[in-house]
Design a binder for this molecule. Structure first.
Ligand code: ATP
Ligand code: MG
Length: 481
């Protein structure tokens, strides 16, 4: 697949005949070409326009030489490729230009036009790979290993069916589901099974950035368009050209961004911030949310028109409690993954432990299960995971009254205050148990001074019992909280 918009090329050449020859045959190849007759003019273009490639002569009249143009390009727009033209006699200077970041040197005269076209293609391809590579690397870091979607239950099979059914087209997909259900995995699977799989899958979290930053991430900007815009920057829409753009947490997108997204969805072109040129793109949009968008629409927090544009193909990922029959499979999958990492291969699960895992509520869905198993693998002493190993994480009957720290915030939210109070109370009781009721020792265990321990015991109305040391001597040496 090639890019939809023709690549932009700037030719900087003082000799009119050469400039016009280059212009004519490069244009004939379908590229969009702009020409400049000297370094000064080139710099003007670089200020207001963005280019994929600059072809510049080295020796030019005026005080700006080709080397200056090269430096300016690398400063303003580091990802733009530069080819320098130079007479045979100056080839050594051309080599120096490559040291300054030029992609290649072309001799003048170059002989066959086809040779130049071939060099241009190589430069553009390498320019594309450089930008794409940066994103692929980021992505690689995120998916340390290929994560397949595990599940054979009816609800999950429905999801797989949908993925397969829409694999061949580029329709806009909206993935809904609670937090931790695997929405991002589904988005990647959609990309990986589409004809776009060879191109970039670009993720942007719409809830993670303030509006202005998010806008510049998505649409890019020109140097100087705002304080801090030190060089031209490609937007993620450009990076995802011919690929997929995954708008995660779309429900969190600020209204201003919603308007701009709607515009791109209606007509797939946009301008960089501070830019004057419309950039056409061919991007498949997949978005995801754990919010009820229809509610957000009703409340005026989400644009209705955008909702309909995004929700062309809806996919709902079920919460884990709707398919507990997949839990054993998921458990084995995660044990294999974490076991390998922890150098504990061939871990097995005792039936009682598996039952406890299957019975648990998993409000944080698969992510919570995954996190728990990572911890279980880290702490399990043997090669078989026992009920004891999992009990403390899943609130199994033996420790049922313990406060459970959720691995994630459930979609309906949580009561932070009471959760933390619960944990605090539990640890206070534990510390007293362990110290045989001696407050001084309990305080030391919790790295508290005696006064703040007492304050907390009072707060939770915990009786310290009558351990040997419990008494007034525990006030010694304390400082304020
Ligand atoms: N069916 C599954 N098989 C294997 N791993 C899964 C599955 N579902 C989820 N996971 C794992 O659980 C974690 C959470 O998944 P993911 O990030 O896709 O969830 P999400 O729905 O995007 O959550 P959030 O709304 O919080 O962003 C990931 O590490 C993912 O690999
Ligand atoms: Mg997600």
């Amino acid at each position: 697949m090639t890019s939809t918009a023709p690549a932009r090329i700037l030719i900087v050449e003082d000799e009119r005949l050469i400039r016009e020859t280059l212009n004519a045959f490069i244009k004939a190849e379908g590229y969009s070409v702009v020409t400049a007759a000297d370094g000064q003019e080139a710099l003007q273009f670089l200020k207001t326009d963005s280019f994929n490639l600059v072809i510049t002569d080295l020796k030019m009249p005026g005080h700006l030489q080709g080397m200056d143009v090269l430096r300016a390009v690398k400063e303003v727009s580091p990802d733009t490729a530069v080819i320098v033209l130079t007479a045979f006699a100056n080839l050594a200077v051309g080599v120096e230009a490559m040291g300054n970041g030029a992609f290649d040197v072309l001799p003048k005269p170059w002989g066959d036009n086809g040779y130049v076209v071939w060099k241009i293609r190589m430069a553009l391809e390498s320019q594309r790979l450089v930008t794409e590579n940066r994103f692929l690397k980021r992505e690689l870091k995120e998916r340390a290993e290929f994560k397949n979607i595990v599940g054979t239950s009816e609800p999950m099979r429905k999801v797989f069916d949908l993925i397969k059914r829409v694999a061949d087209n580029s329709g806009t997909v909206l993935i809904c589901g609670e937090s931790g259900t695997g929405k991002e995995l589904v988005a990647r699977a959609l990309h990986d099974s589409s004809p776009r799989r060879e191109r970039a899958f670009v993720t942007v979290n719409c809830g993670a950035l303030p509006e202005s930053l998010l806008e510049s991430e998505l649409f890019g900007h020109m140097r100087g368009s705002f304080t801090g815009a030190v060089s031209n920057k490609e937007g993620l829409f450009e990076v995802a050209d011919c690929g997929t753009l995954f708008l995660d947490e779309i429900g969190e997108a600020p209204l201003g961004i919603q308007v701009k997204l709607l515009r791109v969805l209606q007509k797939p072109e946009f301008r960089r911030i501070g830019g004057t040129r419309d950039i056409k793109v061919d991007v498949r949009i997949i978005s995801a949310t754990n919010k009820d968008l229809t509610k957000a629409v009703a409340q005026g927090a989400f644009r209705e028109d955008l909702y309909y544009r995004l929700n062309v193909i809806p996919i709902t990922v079920p919460p884990l409690r709707a398919h507990p029959e997949d839990i054993p499979l998921l458990v084995r999958h995660f044990l294999a993954v974490f076991g390998r990492k922890a150098n504990k291969p061939a871990l097995t699960v005792a039936p009682a432990a598996m039952q406890a895992l299957q019975r648990n509520e998993w409000r944080g869905n698969v992510r919570e299960l995954e996190n728990v198993l990572e911890r279980v693998v880290a702490f399990a002493p043997g090669t078989e995971i026992t009920l004891d190993d999992v009990a403390q994480w899943v609130g199994a009957p033996s420790r049922g009254n313990e406060q459970k720290v959720p691995a994630d915030i459930p979609s309906e939210g949580l009561d932070l205050e009471s959760l933390i109070n619960g944990i605090e109370r539990e640890l206070l009781v534990k510390a007293l148990e362990r110290s045989g009721g001696v407050k001084k020792d309990a305080a030391r265990l919790l790295k508290l001074n005696a006064r703040s321990l007492r304050y907390r015991l009072d707060k939770y109305e915990i009786k310290a019992g009558d351990g040997a040391g419990a008494g007034s001597e525990d006030d010694e040496g304390e400082e304020g909280d």
